[in-house]
Design a protein around this ligand. Structure first.
Ligand SMILES: [Zn+2]
Ligand SMILES: [Zn+2]
Ligand SMILES: [Zn+2]
Length: 126
């Protein structure tokens, strides 16, 4: 039974208008409202409230959905899966966009910070 995924024009594998490569098939459960969205931009466009990050203590809870088979992964499982769904073998985008990566702070943040994305946060912080 796969949970419903919200988003802007999501397809059957949770791609949306923002992220739609063959590998962009994971949806993220937003901690603020407990709802799966195709991406954070979809959440911000539709939810009407700010996105909240997943607390590190909750990394064992399901928070990532494989759009190919509908399996829910915990953050820990997602980190350990090497960009491939442990249930169906579908490939995930190893370079999560910054907006999505920022949902997972702490340990994952360190891992993801080593990758290069167009920075969105540096310019506006003081
Ligand atoms: Zn929300
Ligand atoms: Zn989106
Ligand atoms: Zn899968």
């Amino acid at each position: 039974m796969r949970p419903p995924v919200q988003g802007l024009d999501p397809d059957a594998e949770t791609r949306c208008v923002h992220w739609h490569s063959p590998l962009d098939i994971i949806a993220l459960k937003m901690w603020c409202c407990g709802t799966y969205y195709a991406c954070r931009d979809c959440h911000d466009a539709l939810a009407g409230h700010p996105a909240k990050v997943v607390p590190k203590a909750q990394f064992g809870q399901p928070a990532v959905l494989c759009g190919a088979c509908g399996t829910e992964l915990s953050v820990h499982a997602y980190l350990a899966c090497d960009s491939r769904c442990p249930a169906c073998g579908a490939g995930f985008n190893p370079r999560l966009p910054q907006a999505q990566a920022s949902l997972f702070r702490g340990r994952l943040g360190c891992v993801l910070a080593t990758m290069t994305w167009p920075g969105r946060s540096q310019a506006s912080t003081r």
